[in-house]
Design a protein around this ligand. Structure first.
Ligand SMILES: [Zn+2]
Length: 127
């Protein structure tokens, strides 16, 4: 699903996209000339790997995120904590792209399988 930046309405509008087994849904609306806000929920099953042994795992995702989409370069002076900023260079809000980049960042976090979890040893920290 793609929406031209200038056509984003001021009143929140619903969207829903699905990539593989992951749903990305919520509302989006314009908050200023250059900014669009997306209130979203990401749910579904996403394949990942254990970062220790490489075993295939599935991750149940159920997260809520607020994205701020900037038409062009975002002025970081306006940044608020916890906000996820997305800068557009083509004036098109592409919901699949936003979901894919979010899934990439979820995949890049450290996930361990049950075996590696239980084998975890505490490391003594020298003082
Ligand atoms: Zn493992």
């Amino acid at each position: 699903m793609k929406v031209e930046f200038r056509k984003v309405p001021n009143v929140p509008k619903e969207f829903k996209v699905c990539v593989n087994s992951v749903n990305f849904l919520g509302t989006f609306s314009r908050i200023s000339n250059k900014l669009v806000r997306i209130d979203s929920q990401i749910t579904g099953i996403h394949p990942i790997e254990c970062y220790k042994c490489g075993k295939d795992l599935t991750l149940n995702i159920d997260e809520k995120h607020v994205f701020t989409v900037s038409d062009g370069v975002f002025d970081s002076l306006n940044e608020r904590e916890g906000e996820i900023i997305i800068e557009l260079d083509n004036h098109i809000v592409n919901f699949e792209d936003i979901l894919n980049s979010e899934l990439e960042s979820i995949s890049s976090e450290y996930h361990t399988c049950e075996d590696c979890n239980t084998n975890d040893e505490f490391v003594d920290i020298e003082i």
